[in-house]
Design a protein around this ligand. Structure first.
Ligand SMILES: Nc1ncnc2c1ncn2[C@@H]1O[C@H](COP(=O)(O)OP(=O)(O)OP(=O)(O)O)[C@@H](O)[C@H]1O
Ligand SMILES: [Mg+2]
Length: 488
């Protein structure tokens, strides 16, 4: 409950019709959720314009309307507030409505093309290990201390985001680590939040279906750093081509991490193999359980962020060295007898798949075969199917094409489209098995001792969506069962 006037702070009011001295029980951008006492905010989305639903919200009992264009007909008992931009106003109002929770927390946002979930999750785990109660908001899951909340898959909207921050604060969290996607920044879902720290991982050509050009994608990410307050800190990857541009105009204190040049947080890889990373970090030699060069970057980002948050360097490295990564991100299990290395990874785009497979190639000592199990989701970008097929074959010794989440499509048809991208050499390397469990079984059967089996595409997901039904399916669990069954 709040007074309308009190939650309009920083919303950029242009005009008001009616009284601002009314009680607001909830704020909503979805007219279907409006009820007695709701303030309805008309936001223009990609597909629909909330202004069309003002009447529907009023019928449900909304008492205030926040809009960019005043409706032609105004109702006498309703308050109308016209603002410059309702998406920004939603962020500000949500933050005000929930008591400006980010100002009482240390909130850190992580942005970049790859590594957001990994970095945010590692930060969360690190701060828990350091004895704090931490919150995590990621595409895999939200957590308040040890309590796991339902997975969301996307950054929540401004209203649920602030409600969650308030809950985290009320439950005693001191630090919150949040994956901040370029969509969330662009749609102003984070408007109003006060960040203590902003972290940049890297940038590649991804999400271009949404942000029409690469320049636009960079501009959106950079705007997150531009909006950081001077008391905050911004930390960036000095080895990424766009690493410096990101921090060019920020008011926040600037820090860089690097594996290649002088930087505030400097790391050097001493060993990088399938048992982990050995790195020299600020003159200390540390062993980490995470593997691959990209994780060396993620670890440096986490280390630098923790130090910027005032933590002791030695203590941070000690805790970090025993942490495992985020679920389904280059997660591995080794079979007991044949020492087959099974890797589960969420890679479901050609870019990510090549990334993961080239990391595996670099980790190989020479004799191991790489056997990849992969598919493509249905009802999604069809153009990537042949490219995924090509990528899997060029970087693996053997490939088994299978189903991912076929959704409404025919699984065998999707596989045919993947196969269409294969050249003659690639055609000798693969087989296709529609059933994902059978495919994993086949991959493990083909493996010799110490070979590497990559199961790509689904990572942490616990289901497989076939013809509109979600069936329980967990790559890691299935792999464990297959290892046990075949090594009896
Ligand atoms: N720093 C990194 N650089 C390149 N690839 C990475 C990095 N960190 C993780 N990866 C790989 O990239 C993929 C995505 O990792 P992760 O889920 O951490 O990223 P994300 O930024 O959260 O992605 P999304 O935008 O899908 O939420 C995985 O295949 C992972 O193994
Ligand atoms: Mg993510």
């Amino acid at each position: 409950m709040a007074i309308l006037q009190d939650i309009l702070y920083k919303t950029g009011i242009k005009s008001v019709k009616g009284t601002l001295d009314i009680n607001i029980k909830a704020i909503e951008t979805d007219s279907r959720k409006a009820a007695k006492g709701t303030a309805f905010i008309a936001v223009r989305g990609v597909h629909t314009d909330g202004h069309q639903f003002i009447d529907a919200a009023l019928q449900k009992g909304a008492v205030a309307v926040i809009c960019e264009i005043m409706p032609a007909q105004l109702q006498a008992e309703v308050t109308y507030v016209q603002v410059e931009n309702t998406a920004i106003a939603t962020g500000q109002m949500a933050h005000n409505f929930y008591g400006r929770p980010s100002e009482s927390l240390k909130l850190v946002g992580v942005t970049g093309t790859n590594g957001k979930t990994t970095i945010a999750t590692l930060l969360y785990k690190l701060f828990m290990a350091l004895g704090y109660k931490a919150g995590l908001m990621s595409t895999v899951q939200n957590q308040i201390g040890d309590n796991v909340l339902e997975a969301t898959h996307t950054t929540p909207d401004a209203i649920s985001l602030n409600a969650l921050l308030q809950q985290m604060l009320q439950e005693g969290c001191t630090h919150v680590f949040m994956e901040t996607s370029s969509h969330a920044i662009h749609q102003h879902r984070i408007a109003g939040l006060r960040y203590t720290g902003a972290v940049f991982s890297n940038i590649t050509h991804d999400h271009l279906d949404y942000h029409k050009t690469f320049e636009e994608y960079i501009r959106v990410k950079k705007s997150f750093f531009d909006s950081m307050p001077s008391e905050g800190f911004a930390i960036s990857n000095a080895d990424d081509k766009r690493g410096t541009v990101m921090l060019q105009n920020t008011q926040a204190k600037k820090y860089y991490y690097s594996l290649r040049t002088m930087a505030d947080f400097k790391g050097k890889i001493l060993e990088n193999n399938l048992t982990g990373l050995v790195m020299n970090v600020d003159d200390q030699e540390v062993h980490f359980r995470l593997i691959g060069e990209f994780n060396a970057y993620n670890l440096l980002a986490v280390y630098g962020t923790a130090v910027c948050l005032g933590q002791d360097k030695h203590e941070v490295l000690r805790c970090l060295s025993v942490l495992s990564g985020a679920e389904g991100r280059f997660e591995y299990i080794v079979s007991v007898n044949k020492r087959i290395m099974g890797i589960i990874d969420y890679a479901h785009t050609p870019d990510a798949l090549i990334n993961v497979l080239s990391t595996i190639q670099k980790l190989r000592r020479g004799h191991e075969q790489v056997i990849t199990v992969v598919g493509c989701g249905g009802d999604r970008d069809r153009k990537k199917r042949p490219v995924m097929g090509e990528a899997a074959c060029s970087y693996s010794d053997k490939v088994i094409f299978t189903s991912d989440n076929p959704r409404s499509e025919e699984p065998s048809e999707i596989i045919r489209e993947i196969e269409a991208g294969l050249n003659t050499a690639a055609k000798r390397k693969y087989i296709s098995i529609v059933d994902r469990k059978e495919a994993i079984k086949a991959a493990v059967s083909l493996a010799n001792p110490e070979d590497i089996v990559l199961i790509a595409g689904k990572g942490h997901e616990k289901y497989q969506e076939i013809k509109g039904v979600k069936y329980p399916f967990d790559d890691k669990q299935v792999l464990r069962e297959v290892f046990e069954m075949l090594e009896k």
